[in-house]
Design a protein around this ligand. Structure first.
Ligand code: SF4
Ligand code: SF4
Length: 515
């Protein structure tokens, strides 16, 4: 079996390259697929297994890569499809811009995403990890293919691991860094927009040091991840992987090994007696979930003592050496399994070769794989997640449909509470913040409704505001001193309208001398 196997890792003991005397303490159990028992790194170089699932995953992966690169260039209704403008605290998603006052809507959106992930995980297990996670998509369909292109197949890669000093590996790493730099630039475009990014790329880094450092940092992080850390991101660092034990249940779809059909595993026995015709392996028709050994125990062959009936697993190890996280799927459900389906393709090819039905390793729920029962789709957690998602999406759509084209906030002026004018009148400064949330420029007219007899002094009225822009207008409310007598404060009401579909009334207080 290849050096990538987890079982080998667990079993390693005695003298080794790093512990010639074999005196080092060894873990009693298998700890991590990427660690040898002496603590050194086990580089996982999986063998590619071609098959229907790999083809389907390739189509999905390259489609996702194209979407990732194209998305910053796409506009919807004149706005970017996605622009996460952290500097101005504006987030544009699918052409809708969320501003800080839209925080509840943004929260609803994010909660909807989380609950969707929970629901999909409950139904389809780690389908995200295997099919759509950027780590898997880029690792398995961009960086590992480059491993094979530059260094050859998995055995040749392992040889370079052992011997080192390969110019091919140096060249490959240069290409890795260049690709990581390209992806880091694309990543930055999601935050600053593509046009701004082109401006950054064609000017000195000193004119935009923050953006330059972000690209540098992301390039370094991606190069470290895909050149060195690799599958350990899934095994050690990814929090989503750690949550699997609570997100999955016995009816969630997983990639699993049909133990009942596969065991007892063993190499095929082609010949029983020298000089006689080869005896075919027993092909035992069993109901799903019925163990192979049951037949052996209950149905002794008429000619001689009962032999244990061999399961369908021929213990070829193809499912292990193809695993990008270095585990053995036959050991049962493991957190390290990212459901990449490579072991399914590998085992199906073996089953074809030995003339047995495909699906010894397959998609199925734990109850399906171990007890032969069909997957139960409707279950309490699926219902709870579905109801929560419907409620969240309803709230989000209601919030979006009830969203006004502008947002007005009334604040008191900074500094002194009021000013006494040379005429003896009292002047209060107020600040009107107007944000245009619509798609076109608007002119907002400010009117003073209350208190009666007050005079409005507004330097810019109407107030012109561009789409997405926030403007602050300092206005003054002037009243005779007598108006405040015995009260010290009065209610003030402003009407702000754009003459089309927007109109709002904002209330506040103006202050003056009581006596
Ligand atoms: S590929 Fe299939 S037959 Fe080969 S070891 Fe794995 S489960 Fe057994
Ligand atoms: S066990 Fe199979 S599905 Fe899981 S990560 Fe390994 S190859 Fe992929």
């Amino acid at each position: 079996m290849s050096e990538t196997t987890a079982s080998e890792s667990a079993a390693a003991s005695g003298p080794s390259e790093h512990d010639p005397k074999g005196t080092m303490l060894k873990p009693e159990e298998h700890v991590l697929a990427t660690l040898r028992s002496d603590g050194t790194r086990r580089w996982i170089r999986p063998r590619l297994s071609k098959g229907q699932l790999l083809t389907a995953r390739r189509i999905v992966a390259y489609g996702l890569m194209v979407i990732f690169i194209a998305l910053p260039h796409i506009t919807i209704g004149g706005k970017p499809a996605i622009l996460l403008d952290i500097l101005h605290r504006e987030f544009t998603l699918l052409g809708t811009t969320f501003v800080p006052t839209d925080t509840p809507l943004l929260m609803l959106f994010l909660l909807s995403v989380f609950v969707t992930v929970f629901l999909l995980t409950a139904l389809f297990g780690r389908v995200w990890c295997g099919w759509a996670c950027p780590q898997t998509v880029y690792m398995e369909f961009l960086y590992r293919p480059l491993d094979r292109l530059f260094e050859g197949n998995f055995a040749q890669q392992q040889k370079i691991d052992r011997e080192g000093g390969s110019p091919r590996r140096v060249l490959k790493n240069v290409v890795f860094v260049l690709i990581s730099a390209f992806l880091a630039h694309t990543f930055l475009a999601y935050f600053v927009g593509w046009k701004a990014l082109i401006g950054y790329m064609t000017s000195s880094p000193f004119s935009h040091p923050t953006a330059f450092l972000v690209v540098l940092g992301v390039t370094a992080a991606m190069s470290f991840d895909f050149m060195y850390f690799r599958e350990q991101t899934c095994l050690i660092a990814c929090p989503y992987g750690r949550f699997q034990s609570v997100l999955l249940d016995d009816n969630s779809l997983i990639v699993g090994y049909d133990r009942c059909r596969g065991e007892p595993r063993g190499k095929p026995k082609k010949k029983r007696n020298k000089g006689k015709e080869p005896t075919a392996l027993p092909v035992v028709e069993r109901a799903a979930g019925e163990p192979a050994t049951a037949l052996a125990e209950g149905e002794a062959h008429a000619s001689g003592p009962a032999e244990p009936v061999q399961g369908d697993c021929i213990d070829c190890g193809a499912c292990v050496i193809t695993c990008p996280t270095g585990i053995d799927i036959r050991d049962g459900l493991q957190l390290e399994c990212i459901n990449c389906t490579q072991c399914i393709d590998a085992c199906d090819a073996i089953m074809d070769k030995v003339g047995k039905p495909r699906g010894l390793i397959r998609y199925g729920s734990r109850t399906n794989l171990e007890e032969g029962k069909p997957q139960r789709v409707v279950r309490p957690r699926v219902l709870i997640y579905s109801v929560a998602l419907v409620l969240l999406l309803s709230g989000l759509f209601m919030g979006l449909s009830g969203r006004q084209s502008a947002k007005v906030t009334l604040l008191r002026g900074l500094g002194k509470p009021y000013a006494v004018l040379p005429s003896g009148e009292i002047s209060n400064q107020m600040r009107l913040k107007v944000r245009n949330q619509g798609e076109e420029p608007r002119s907002y007219t400010i009117e003073l409704l209350e208190p009666a007899g007050a005079q409005l002094v507004a330097p810019e009225n109407p107030l012109d505001v561009e789409p997405g822009e926030l403007k602050i207008s300092n206005v003054f409310v002037v009243l005779p001193r007598d108006a405040y007598a015995g009260k010290g404060q009065l209610k003030v009401r402003f009407k702000v309208s754009d003459g089309k579909d927007f109109e709002t009334v904002s209330e506040g207080l103006v202050l003056g001398p009581e006596e």
